[in-house]
Design a protein around this ligand. Structure first.
Ligand code: HEM
Length: 477
């Protein structure tokens, strides 16, 4: 028993020794606190052990983290790393069993993922409604700036619009900015991001702790989030059932009901429980990531006024005053694309990609990785690799522009992952980020609200990183 508790499996990647029962968890938590996030702590440990594949034990689970571009790419592109961990935290998030897209693997995951991807494609390219849906939200953002005397807390400005883009895609309806339900959901999602790390927090390793410390372990928080989001979604799904007729598929819920009805009671991977989790996945995976990226974009406009000037110049040069702008126009403003890429590199909102489960015993860089090991993939370390980027700690959009001013060098920006589990909302997120940023910058100069504290630019850690709260002044141009 002791050998199993203390010993490393033969050929397991290097890393610090661990203690029985808790593994490396206490040490990692201490380091995360000291260095400002688990993703920084893991990279510090990797440097200490001079490795790109770090072997740890968290509670009773083997957890391996990969760091260099080459190993990260190998993991993202290899089918044996396509699994998702099957632990208490994941089950809790999915109301008792693994469901939906983000937390499943195998044939169930393939079917759910392919359904959402197809629906997104139809929305974006078939009926071309994606842009008009986003443009409606852009108008809402511009109205909000006008009405709030230009003193704006960016998080409050953007998050409702992002939620509404996702909600319109899912349910065909919007939630009003002033609806208390919306601010409740936003608060919960925000709290969730900060409360957990990618390995699932303490709960995954020691589920029994929920009986002793339900608040501290985040158990109560997850239950609250689940309950609120479930209430919102179950009500909407019910309304869709009431108005559904065969073939109606103008939003994701109607299209999913079609799949359920087509199965006609036969055993199928499409069910009401799955639908609920697919909707939840879209919210959880899409809301905070997209709004934080936008939030960081506006923050860098405040931190680097010279870059803001170039952004304005680029927009004014490319577009007439009232010209309608579409996502296809991004080629005309390559400096803006470069700024967005640099924000995605510098502030990788998902610093550690969603955790993976190894589907069979395998090898990585000559190390043995046992079946069912959890693999964490550090995107932050790829984005800050000194050998490749030379000056990664400098915020410099020009690194993505060649001598002719065209975009280059973007292969190593892995913000949306790679391979079979690559982000399925990437196109939607990119449309929203580009259109919202360009339309706001076209009309306003942004600066810090006078008298408020200068932001440091240091991200607040969590499952996704977020900017510190700051207040901005929008001056019409
Ligand atoms: C800037 C915004 C976004 C970023 C940075 C981002 C990042 C990521 C990353 C890195 C992954 C890969 C996880 C893995 O490989 O295990 C992922 C997966 C995923 N994303 Fe996004 N995402 C964004 C926006 C969105 C949006 C808007 C949606 C919803 C439409 C979405 C839905 C998903 C889903 C459902 C998955 C799971 C895919 C799977 O497990 O097969 N994401 N995202």
């Amino acid at each position: 028993y002791l050998i199993r508790q203390y010993g490393r499996p033969p050929g397991y990647p290097p890393g610090p020794p661990w203690t029985p029962v808790v593994g490396n968890l206490p040490e990692l938590r201490k380091l995360a606190k000291k260095f400002g996030g688990q993703y920084v702590a893991l990279w510090k440990l990797a440097k200490q052990y001079n490795t790109n594949v770090l072997g740890l034990k968290m509670g009773g689970d083997y957890v391996v983290t990969v760091f260099s571009y080459e190993v990260v790419k190998q993991v993202l592109l290899s089918e044996e790393f396509d699994g998702r961990p099957d632990n208490f935290f994941i089950k809790l998030r999915c109301f008792g069993a693994r469901r939906g897209v983000t937390c499943t693997d195998g044939p169930l995951w393939k079917a759910q993922r392919s359904f959402v991807t197809t629906h997104l494609k139809e929305l974006g390219f078939g009926r071309n409604t994606m842009e008009s849906m986003i443009k409606e939200e852009v108008e809402g953002i511009l109205d909000y700036i006008r009405e709030n005397s230009h003193d704006v807390q960016i998080g409050k400005l953007l998050a409702p619009s992002v939620i509404n883009i996702l909600w319109t895609f899912t349910s065909g309806t919007r939630i009003n900015r002033d609806d208390p339900q919306l601010s409740k959901i936003l608060d919960l999602l925000h709290e969730r991001t900060r409360a957990f790390d990618m390995s699932g927090g303490t709960l995954s390793q020691h589920p029994w702790l929920r009986y002793i410390a339900p608040e501290k372990t985040g158990y109560n928080l997850i239950q609250r989030i689940n309950c609120d989001l479930k209430n919102l979604m179950v009500g909407t799904i019910k309304e869709h059932y009431n108005t559904w007729v065969y073939g109606k598929n103008e939003d994701l819920i109607y299209a999913y009901i079609n799949e359920i009805k087509t199965a006609n009671g036969n055993k199928s991977v499409f069910s009401d429980d799955q639908l609920l989790l697919v909707c939840l996945d879209i919210f959880i995976a899409g809301a905070q990531t997209t709004s934080s990226t936008l939030d960081f974009l506006f923050l860098v406009m405040i931190l680097y006024p010279d870059i803001q000037k170039k952004v304005h110049y680029s927009i004014d040069n490319a577009f007439q005053k009232n010209e309608s702008i579409s996502y296809q126009d991004r080629q005309r403003v390559s400096f803006i694309e470069a700024v967005i890429l640099e924000v995605e590199r510098y502030y990788a909102v998902v610093p550690i990609n969603g955790p993976r489960r190894v589907l069979r015993d395998t090898e990585l860089e000559g190390y043995h990785i046992p079946k069912d090991t959890t693999v964490l993939i550090s995107l932050h370390s790829v984005h800050f690799d000194k050998d490749y980027w030379k000056d990664p700690e400098v915020f410099r959009p020009e690194r993505f522009l060649d001598n002719e001013g065209n975009i280059h060098n973007k292969e190593r920006v892995l913000t949306f992952g790679l391979g079979h589990r690559r982000c399925l909302g990437e196109i939607l997120a990119k449309h929203a980020i580009f259109l919202i940023f360009v339309e706001v910058m076209r009309k306003y100069t942004i600066s810090l609200w006078p008298g408020t504290k200068q932001p440091t630019g240091i991200p607040v850690p969590g499952i996704t990183i977020t900017p510190e709260i700051y207040r901005a002044q929008f001056t019409p141009r």
